[in-house]
Ligand binder design. Structure first.
Ligand SMILES: C[S@@+](CC[C@H](N)C(=O)[O-])C[C@H]1O[C@@H](n2cnc3c(N)ncnc32)[C@H](O)[C@@H]1O
Length: 285
């Protein structure tokens, strides 16, 4: 386990289970967890595939429990996984935390166009809070256009006196954000990079300036990057050297790592090609 960065913006190179165990209980305001989905992605040479679904779930249940333990009483937890495993997360978490929203992050097209079934166009996100009566939700900071009110300029005659419909509203639970693609400004060389806009909404809604945001599976460090931009503190955990380098550069925490100068991502369509030798970290519990 190696700690990098500063106290305010911390990057921890290590295994999420071990690192989370060391984090102080009840200390984190917001956790965003976007783990391997057990669908065979290649994370810098590590295959995101467990030998059985049950082993994947057993591993997930351990870090899900730790995340709940580390949250402050007023804290919020957002968690993602593939559509096929989210029902298990949902049932597991129901007994431990309050699930406030089941969000679908929807995008316009998937890379592979399904021909014999209905292709996947969304990824599920659970939004949970520890205490339903006391949690941060900055509705005013995440308002979107209310189409009826803004476009059709309708008057609400149920109100006395009648008033124009509101032009803004809190987003519903279907969120449309484009996936991060090659040539986009924010693109990094990571196979499952989440968009800045997605984390921007989550961090603005569920934390305040100065709060601590933690991401146990940081990948390209989108969460930490957005948290820093929004004046929050952050802890980003990640297993792979390659992605630690992205985090250090993206957060402006270092110009070099282990003697290597950190350059901007080399843009390549080939980033999901399988590595010659895959390690087996994910196959063992
Ligand atoms: C789905 S990706 C996260 C993507 C990230 N949200 C982003 O925006 O780039 C999951 C990440 O978890 C990392 N990972 C896998 N197992 C891990 C573990 N046991 N501890 C810490 N990180 C791990 C992988 O290397 C991968 O980068």
């Amino acid at each position: 386990m190696e700690e990098l960065g500063t106290n305010k913006y911390k990057i921890i190179h290590g295994d999420a289970l071990q690192v989370l165990a060391e984090v102080e209980d009840y200390s984190v305001d917001l956790i965003f967890a976007d783990p391997p989905y057990n669908i065979g992605k290649n994370f810098a040479g590590c295959l995101d595939k467990w030998d059985t679904d049950e082993h994947y779930l057993q591993w997930c249940y351990k870090w899900l429990d730790l995340c709940v333990k580390k949250l402050k009483r007023t804290g919020s937890f957002y968690v993602m996984t593939s559509t096929q495993f989210m029902p298990y997360f949902d049932i597991f978490l129901r007994d431990r935390i309050n699930i406030m929203s089941r969000i679908a992050w929807y995008y316009d097209s998937s890379g592979v166009q399904a021909k014999n079934y209905f292709g996947s166009m969304y990824e599920p996100i659970l939004f949970c809070v520890k205490d339903k009566e006391h949690y941060t939700f900055n509705a005013e900071d995440i308002m979107v256009e209310a189409k009826t009110g803004a476009k059709r300029k309708l008057i609400d005659y149920r109100k006395n006196p009648p008033q124009p419909y509101s032009t803004k509203k809190v987003p519903g639970n279907v969120w449309e954000f484009a996936r991060v693609r090659y040539r986009m400004d924010e693109y990094e060389n990571h196979p499952t990079q989440k968009p800045i806009a997605l984390l921007d909404r989550i961090i603005r809604a569920s934390s305040n300036v100065g709060d601590l945001v933690l991401d146990p599976f940081s990948g390209s460090f989108t969460t930490a990057y957005v948290a820093k931009e929004l004046g929050r503190r952050c802890i980003g955990i990640e297993l792979q050297d390659e992605y630690i380098k992205i985090g250090l550069r993206r957060l402006g925490l270092a110009d070099e790592y282990k003697g290597e100068v950190l350059h901007a991502a080399e843009k390549s369509y080939r980033h999901e090609e399988p590595a010659e030798q895959l390690c087996i970290n994910f196959k063992t519990l």
